[in-house]
Design a protein around this ligand. Structure first.
Ligand code: R5P
Length: 279
């Protein structure tokens, strides 16, 4: 077995190879004069683990080319982040089921797929090969334990409450979720469902931080309600359009994410749970 990765997942790919005790395959990435992506890989070894986060169209094309280049081996696709997974319903007639389109495209040429905290597990059914999801929630929990403190771990909505509970259980932290009440057309009140935050250090956890809008609104209200500090942790740090700046401006004391999308603050490593699932 060898590991190969796209440019988007070089750190995670190398860490995963280290965990598995296998070699990585070198890849030369280049472009044709018209901008088309090109690549050329080194020797495969019968079984290849292909690692490639997809945050947008360029990543997707590069990953599809890499899978095609590995057609002489049995391939497992590790998809650390799957863009388009949030369009998992047709909200209006005429819209695509984007998650299905991406899943179908990425099933071609691979024998199985492994996702990491995919936005909704229903995505797995859209792959045409066996697909499983692994969770880095325990890694986030261990990170919080290392940082110390008597924390309250909150999810921004009831949908992520199970994820927050998974994180909190590692350190025996209290956990709750945020309840949003619409007060008027443009005013909402966000409160923890049952636990008071006054005098507590809060960590908000979510699968994705994209614009940071959800967490910024929550952080402002939690600080108004007397939380002594608010931090944030997520699996996938998309951080679109100045999200980290918005969170800092809202009083969020620190934001960490995993290396499913490789960022400067990716201090939670996904390689361990992925390696365990591959073994
Ligand atoms: C939504 O269902 C996700 O779990 C996240 O809460 C959402 O993607 C966060 O988006 P944003 O950072 O743009 O508020």
């Amino acid at each position: 077995m060898k590991v190969v990765c796209t440019q988007a997942s070089q750190v995670l790919g190398a860490r995963l190879a280290g965990r598995l005790g296998v070699e990585t395959i070198d890849v030369a990435f280049s472009r044709f004069p018209d901008g088309e992506i090109f690549l050329s890989r080194g020797e495969t070894d019968g079984e290849t683990v292909i690692v490639g986060a997809v945050t947008g169209a360029e990543d997707l094309v590069e990953l599809m080319l890499l899978v095609d280049a590995c057609d002489d081996s049995a391939n497992t696709l590790v998809l650390p982040y799957m863009a388009y997974a949030r369009q998992d319903k047709r909200f209006r007639p005429g819209e695509p089921l984007s998650v299905r389109a991406i899943a179908r495209a990425l099933s071609a040429g691979v024998d199985r797929v492994l996702t990491v905290n995919v936005h909704d597990p229903s995505a797995l059914a859209h792959f045409t090969v066996p697909a499983t999801d692994v969770s880095v929630a325990p890694e986030i929990g261990r990170h919080l334990v290392r940082r110390g403190g008597d924390l309250l771990v909150l999810s921004p909505d009831d949908g992520a409450a199970r994820f927050a509970a998974e994180v909190a259980s590692v350190g025996g932290f209290a956990t709750d979720w945020l309840d949003k009440t619409r007060l008027s057309g443009d005013r909402v009140e966000i409160r923890p469902k049952s636990l008071p935050v006054e005098g507590r250090e809060v960590v908000i956890v979510d699968d994705i931080i994209s614009t940071g809008g959800t967490l910024a609104a929550a952080a402002r209200m939690l600080l108004e309600q007397g939380a002594t500090g608010v931090r944030a942790a997520c699996v996938h740090g998309v951080f679109a359009g100045g999200a980290l700046l918005h969170l800092a401006a809202a009083g969020v004391g620190g934001v960490v994410c995993s290396d499913t999308i490789e960022r400067a603050n990716s201090c939670i490593m996904a390689a361990g749970p992925i390696a365990d699932a591959l073994r």
